[in-house]
Design a protein around this ligand. Structure first.
Ligand SMILES: NC(=O)c1ccc[n+]([C@@H]2O[C@H](COP(=O)([O-])OP(=O)(O)OC[C@H]3O[C@@H](n4cnc5c(N)ncnc54)[C@H](O)[C@@H]3O)[C@@H](O)[C@H]2O)c1
Length: 344
């Protein structure tokens, strides 16, 4: 049996609990959240002991790993304390809101000998894995151009009713750090490192201190170039769209599904629409289809069991936050920003 602890108690912690309970041999051990009433209700519904303090939660045994679904700016601080107790960590995106804190967390996990993983569920979506295989096999040829369009909508209450969303301190940014980070991770995973970025972020629609609309141009180490648009200001909200062009053709992704494989030699094959997840991400933060989270957790359990590497480990989870920070820096300075990938 594997015993899981849940840190959070909001929207995504429900997803975590449901995903965990879909996996045979997994049991919920303990809960900790700021909103005691809500967390109590969740612990009664899904199982696991409710703890009133973080210290007693961390001391709960048996407990093998924790799923962190607290506000983004709490992830590293809570993760460091959990790692010191020998607990493996599977953390919501973004891993945290600065690379400095993420480095601290990666280091602590290394010292403690525990696994660190990030919930970037795109990486386990069947069509997206297929797209990655096509690109890695060179079937699309030399990378030329990529575009990521995340024209989503969140109503004003999404920010207004929350103490942490849309704040620099706990969300670490707006549409890009919260919603867009999935697609930032995806572009980096598919296309490799970005070496230079130029961007403009605005707060166009919402009454928040962070951006709700951003555009960026990206230069990849491969020589490819890219454009990224991310918003929570685009009513009524459209499916995320990613278009990848290489010298052998173009592949188009809508949401998490390949909708076109236009390669010169016709490689790629048909896709299965039923494998797309049903989450209405373009208009809502709710993750009611938990299959992506379940696959990430299954992958993480395998990594623990085999002493392997999760599909998105700490080092991988750091990359998107580094690029998001560079986009913010470029927007605020009006200059392009050069990135220094660790492997160059
Ligand atoms: N992977 C995805 O698709 C996805 C989707 C939504 C949210 N998320 C991520 O999940 C995290 C939480 O988002 P959400 O939508 O569940 O937010 P939410 O506001 O619904 O829930 C956050 C919960 O954390 C609790 N909380 C606040 N401070 C805390 C603390 N110090 N310790 C423990 N709990 C605390 C709050 O009481 C609240 O219940 C964010 O990092 C977000 O980016 C990921």
């Amino acid at each position: 049996m594997t015993y899981v602890g849940i840190i959070g108690g909001g929207n995504i912690s429900v997803t975590h609990a449901r995903a965990a309970l879909e996996i045979p041999g997994v049991e919920l051990a303990a809960w900790y959240g700021h909103n005691q009433d809500r967390t109590r209700r969740l612990s009664e519904l899904y199982g696991g002991t409710l703890h009133e303090t973080f210290q007693s939660f961390l001391a709960h045994r048996p407990m093998d790993l924790v799923l962190i679904g607290s506000p983004s700016g709490m992830h590293a601080e809570q993760g460091v304390l959990a790692a010191r107790q020998g607990l493996h960590l599977l953390v919501e995106k973004p891993l945290d809101i600065t690379t400095e804190r993420i480095d601290l967390l990666i280091n602590e996990c290394h010292q403690a000998g525990v696994k660190l993983g990030v919930f970037f569920q795109d990486r386990v979506a069947p069509d997206i894995r297929k797209l990655k295989e096509i690109l890695d096999a060179g079937q699309a040829g030399k990378p030329i151009l990529v575009s990521g369009s995340v024209k989503w909508y969140r109503p004003p209450e999404y920010y207004g009713d929350s103490r942490w969303r849309g704040t620099w301190a706990l969300d670490g940014g707006g549409a890009l750090m919260n919603q867009g980070v999935h697609t930032v991770d995806l572009l980096l995973w598919l296309m490799g490192d970005v070496t230079r970025v130029s961007a403009k972020a605005t707060t166009a629609f919402h009454d928040i201190e962070v951006e709700d609309t951003v555009v960026a141009t990206l230069e990849f180490a491969s020589g490819a170039v890219g454009v990224l648009q991310v918003a929570t200001s685009v009513y009524p909200g459209y499916q995320r769209r990613v278009e990848v062009t290489g010298s052998e053709g173009t592949i188009i992704l809508e949401h998490d599904r390949i909708v076109a494989t236009d390669l010169r030699d016709g490689l790629g094959g048909p896709t299965n629409p039923s494998e797309s997840n049903q989450n209405p991400s373009a208009t809502s933060a709710q993750v009611s289809d938990v299959s992506g989270h379940r696959r990430i957790l299954e992958d993480f359990l395998r990594a623990i069991e085999t002493n392997g590497t999760p599909v998105c480990d700490g080092r991988e989870g750091r990359r998107s936050v580094e690029l998001v920070q560079a986009i913010y820096e470029s927007s605020s300075t009006g200059q392009s920003v050069k990135l220094h990938p660790p492997n160059i």
